[in-house]
Write a protein that binds this ligand. Structure first.
Ligand code: NAD
Length: 250
């Protein structure tokens, strides 16, 4: 591990896709700040943790918490080169069940939290010549809200549609700072988020992909790690679908 290896902040790092991002980036020799609201499992702790891995508690809906995680990253590693922002919450409630409180919570964490985390990261990256930010949308936005266990989940889909707007707005805002902003848009991916889905729902989600199956967390992580890297230096303001060829009429 050299002082030159890139420093990447991964949010939602105790979750399925965020955890896969941490594993992959550590394997690639990156230095990582892994941040999440929920505690990490014991088996999430890697060797040589002090040089390569910092684990932090984070609430992305709290601006002070976003700034504190970036400050802790700078204190440990001296710089920040990339952000992979996977933190998010889901809502399976349909329009009859959904109330304003839950809708606003989804927007606060998935939308405002995305902005706050990107803003805090960009402040740090701008001081060292730039970087790369990867946000997270969802394939359900392109499926007319046809996602999850139920046929429609308006709060989640709305929040992930808003992330697409943020990608464009932040890519333009941060371009003068040499910071690229892109997003991954996962299709149905096998993580805890889907743990409660019925066999019928999993079958339906699989059948609407060309691949004929749901994705794995590592398949999403590989694309996120590409986007955050210099290999994607000419990719900016894009939302990249990673969904096994998901289409509506299958
Ligand atoms: N799994 C899927 O099928 C799927 C599909 C489309 C999009 N996504 C998106 O991918 C991302 C990762 O999802 P996942 O499947 O790994 O889910 P996950 O639930 O395993 O991970 C999400 C993580 O975000 C963390 N989190 C929640 N609120 C937070 C907050 N306020 N501050 C900080 N961390 C917080 C959770 O503690 C959790 O560890 C999410 O944004 C999700 O919406 C997932």
């Amino acid at each position: 591990m050299t002082k030159k290896s890139k420093v990447i902040l991964v949010t939602g790092a105790a979750g399925g896709i965020g955890g896969a991002c941490v594993d992959l980036l550590l394997h690639q020799g990156k230095r990582i700040c892994a941040a999440d609201l929920k505690p990490f499992h014991d088996d999430d702790v890697h060797e040589d943790a002090h040089d390569t891995l910092l684990m932090q508690r984070l609430d992305v809906s709290d601006p002070a918490s976003c700034k504190a995680v970036v400050a802790a990253t700078l204190e440990r590693f001296g710089r920040l080169d990339g952000l992979i922002h996977m933190a998010g919450i889901h809502s399976d409630h349909n329009w009859r069940e959904l109330e304003a409180e839950e809708f606003n919570k989804l927007l606060s964490i998935n939308v405002t939290g995305t902005f706050l985390m990107a803003k805090a990261a960009a402040e740090a990256m701008s001081k060292t010549g730039g970087g790369s930010i990867v946000l997270t949308s969802s394939g359900s936005v392109n499926m007319s809200g046809h996602g999850g266990e139920v046929s429609s989940c308006p709060a989640f889909v709305t929040s992930k549609a808003a992330v697409i707007g943020l990608v464009g707005a932040l890519a333009r805002s941060f371009a003068p700072l040499h910071i690229r902003v892109n997003a991954v848009s996962p299709g149905a991916t096998d993580t805890a988020l889907m743990a409660h889905y019925s066999e019928e729902a999993l079958h339906r989600l699989s059948q609407r992909t060309l691949a004929g199956r749901v994705g794995s967390a590592s398949e999403i992580a590989r694309v996120a790690s590409f986007l955050v890297s210099d290999a994607a230096s000419y990719v900016d303001g894009q939302v990249i679908a990673v969904n096994g060829g998901e289409t509506f009429d299958r």
